[in-house]
Design a binder for this molecule. Sequence first.
Ligand code: KG4
Ligand code: ZN
Length: 393
Amino acid sequence: MRSPPEERKLQGRTVTSPSAIEAAGLGEDKGRSLVLGIETSCDETAAAVISRHRDGTGRILSNVVRSQWDAHRAYGGVVPEIAARAHVECLDAIIGAAMVEAGVGWPDLNGVAATAGPGLVGGLIVGLTTAKMIALVHGLPLFAINHLEAHALTVGLTDGLRPPYLLLLVSGGHTQLIDVRDVGRYDRLGTTIDDALGEAFDKTAKLLGLGFPGGPAVEAAARHGDGRRFPLPRPMIGRAEPNFSFAGLKTAVRTAATAIAPLSEQDVADIATAFETTAAAAVVDRVRRAMALVENRRQVPPQGHVLVVAGGVAANVRLRAALEDLTKGDGWRLALPPIALCTDNAAMVAWAGAERLARGDGPDSLDAPVRARWPLDPTSPPALGSGRQGAKA
Ligand code: KG4
Ligand code: ZN
């Protein structure tokens, strides 16, 4: 008979350094598990070690992220083959750095977790294969993690927040509203029918001749602009289903820019501001709709209704302010993990693995596959009118 996962993991543990005992708190609480996480689904190579306590709280012992922006900048976007090669080149060193920074050795770990999808297949193979090798060599349970689930559960690590809550995931590859009912129970309420929000930021930046990655560049330009000069269409506003669409907005930006080319610095700032304010207004409208759906679905939970925001676009100050406003009063509050944990990182992957370990869910077998697409809610119908690239998950 197998013992419960947390106990099983503690058997035969050898703690290699006094700092590890202190850092991981193993001396005071044997109910703590340590998980190594690996993230390689896009253009960030990341490794992290986290601890999860018996009471469900967690701590980050190390969180190492290396971005590949320089490798992709010349192409104005992420090139999958370059990304995969860059992951191969530095992943071992990143994992080594995460282990050293955490002050732990292999025997201290209770599990290894790696993103298995959705994402770019080449990169996913690099990360998952490395995790499998570590699991095999060190006799650790392997967790093949859904990247979206890792984003969805991050607030458990950062804020000690447990489901249920409403999640707005806004990144370069995803724009989704998910009702996180419990760990492992996700209902997708809405998704983008064409571009992801981060993708729209990146394409707008490219169009305006701003840098890569586009989000921060558009945001910087939008600080000095007058958004009223270019009225842009507000996609999907008022629709019953909380889906998103950003392709039309992007086209409207192109039309506005082409009409007045060549663009002065002020023109760029004004268009960037118009794009950012319109996108934020569209997101607010869709989230408001999802909040109403959640209110209809369940009583106010003991912690109140919570809107959690994750993904790289959560760094956008204008969007954050708009969401703060939206959740003021009415029994709602906003939970925003620190920006470094909103963007892609491995602490969230390790945490998702630790949650599964704690629930006795898994481990996965060493032939677990990578998946380019992996919806968090397999029962959700495809969003109507899915565009050329479809909903990315
Ligand atoms: O979550 P993330 O790091 O990677 C994935 O796409 O999974 O998100 C990256 C995206 C990019 O599209 C980037 O342009 C956008 O987040 N982003 C921003 C900002 N910072 C990053 N978008 C708007 N404003 C920002 N400050
Ligand atoms: Zn992500």
